[in-house]
Design a protein around this ligand. Structure first.
Ligand SMILES: [Zn+2]
Length: 508
């Protein structure tokens, strides 16, 4: 079966669903001595790469019809197939250094081998280093004769002003309802699908505005409902959609401090491939509306108070900065809900005196952690009789033992990998500095060490090192079931457990 978002990606200017993009592209491309360097700026899935290929066709089409490309000549077909050696597509995220730009430069100065114009497309161009941008700037200032640059970005603010000022900028936006309907229409006609207006509107309503995502979503709908789509079936489909966790329900669960249920729902969503970045953004929109409702500006009020809504929004915005760093998509959302519920419990914000006491004890306990000495300074025989393989084997159990105490620590461990034992100390690999910092915070360190001790039957100290390659973490999936191990491992189930319970257990 066809993959709609690829099969129906726009191939001509007329296919582009965004009216403003259609207009600016035809305007610039109709000039005989048009610009040589473009910036396509806009969110993911808004059609930047498709438009860049159309631009390449437009410069090279042998049989142009009016302002648009023919889509059928040898050049159009070669570009469409992605096989033309004169069309260079690069990802700025993985080619971000000055050497990479130098090699682009070498390519740019070679005359096109077959086509009239060479087109160099750099995706996510904002990821380039400063030096690379300087080199790129020189290239754009004196562009090679037969080369056109298309720089694409989701984050134009990160592009230096000097570079920006030399680019013709075309803004790509999320699709409006009409534009999204237009993009669906191409698929509906192409695949001969029977679907009524109201059902189409429902699909548009459920989409996140990305042309790519709506095509994917529609693909899934057709897979599950077939080519005759009835409104009632579609409604049922949406309400049952696997892993769907509505915001009303999420907020109710937050208010009830149902942290376990929430995290389990997130895990299901992760298995179903939900895009958590989109989910977080939509949740913010949802909360924004609830906040307006608090001020009597329409809509139903939330079960959360105005202060709670604001607090939750702040946390959600705050965790957004980790979105690009973490490999586990749901981690920022997990951190947000855990932090919010901890705040409701009052435990996220220990009062000063208690906080001091705990910190003092932690300090006394671990002056500078010397793995071979215990509290009293005596050697504590931490040389494990088991090696790192044993720990690897029982890693799931360690995660399960840690989880009731702190869900975020468990999530961090899930993205870590035990590497070796060095002088009785477990060395764990993590993939981001941010993980290392979090795991080595005194509170979190103790939680991990308690978990390790419970599972291994011996005290285990650890330290984190940054992995130099991005091997996958040992346990990156979310499929394991904590419940299976819980009884044997965790003597006391600490609902919404936190540092209090842990401190009690450690310090008596
Ligand atoms: Zn053509």
């Amino acid at each position: 079966m066809a993959i709609y978002h690829l099969k129906y990606r726009p191939g001509k200017i007329a296919d582009l669903d965004s009216e403003s993009v259609r207009e600016s592209l035809s305007k610039w491309l109709s000039e005989s001595d048009g610009p040589r360097s473009f910036l396509f700026s806009g969110p993911k899935g808004s059609g930047k790469t498709s438009a860049a290929r159309i631009l390449a066709k437009s410069l090279n089409c042998l049989n142009k019809k009016g302002k648009d490309v023919c889509g059928k000549c040898a050049n159009c077909l070669e570009i469409e197939s992605g096989r033309s050696i004169d069309i260079v597509e690069l990802d700025g995220a993985s080619n971000r250094g000055i050497e990479d730009v130098r090699s682009i430069k070498d390519k740019a100065y070679l005359l096109p081998s077959k086509l009239d114009f060479k087109v160099i497309i750099i995706d996510e161009v904002h990821m380039l280093t400063k030096e690379a941008f300087n080199a790129l700037l020189k290239l754009i200032e004196e562009p090679p004769q037969k080369t056109v640059f298309v720089l694409c970005t989701t984050d134009p603010q990160k592009i230096p002003q000097t570079v920006l000022s030399r680019l013709v900028k075309i803004d790509f936006k999320k699709g409006g309802d009409e534009e999204l309907r237009r993009s669906l229409k191409r698929i509906i006609e192409g695949e001969e699908i029977e679907i009524g207006k109201e059902a189409i509107n429902l699909v548009v309503e459920k989409s996140d505005g990305s042309f790519r995502n709506i095509a994917r979503m529609f693909n899934e709908i057709v897979v599950s409902l077939g080519k005759k789509i009835d409104l009632a079936d579609l409604e049922k489909y949406f309400s049952k959609r696997r892993g769907h966790y509505g915001y009303d329900e999420l907020v109710d669960d937050l208010a009830q401090k149902e942290i376990k249920k929430i995290l389990e729902s997130f895990e299901k969503m992760a298995e179903a491939g939900v895009d958590f970045s989109g989910y977080r953004h939509e949740f913010l929109d949802y909360l924004q509306k609830k906040l307006l409702a608090e001020y009597g500006l329409g809509g139903e009020k939330s079960v959360l108070s105005q202060t709670e809504i604001s607090k939750l929004m702040n946390i959600l915005i705050g965790v957004g900065r980790y979105e690009k760093e973490v490999e586990i998509g749901q981690l920022p959302m997990e951190m947000a809900v855990v932090e919010f519920v901890a705040g409701l419990n009052g435990s996220g914000d220990l009062d000063k005196k208690e906080k001091k006491e705990i910190e003092k004890e932690v300090k006394e306990d671990k002056p500078t952690p010397d793995p071979s000495l215990d509290k009293e300074g005596k050697s504590k025989m931490v040389i494990l009789t088991q090696g790192v393989e044993e720990i690897e084997k029982k890693w799931h159990e360690v995660l399960a033992a840690v989880k009731p105490f702190n869900h975020s620590v468990e999530a961090f461990l899930r993205a870590a990998r035990p590497r070796e034992m060095v002088k009785g100390e477990l060395v764990m690999e993590v993939f981001y500095p941010f993980h290392k910092d979090k795991l080595e915070e005194p509170r979190n360190r103790q939680i991990v060490e308690v978990g390790l001790e419970k599972v291994m039957g011996q005290k285990v100290v650890f330290r984190c090192v940054l992995a130099n390659n991005k091997k996958p973490a040992l346990v990156i999936d979310n499929n394991y079931k904590m419940e299976e191990k819980k009884e044997s491992l965790v003597e006391t189930e600490v609902a919404g457990g936190d540092i209090y319970d842990l401190a009690k257990e450690i310090f008596g």
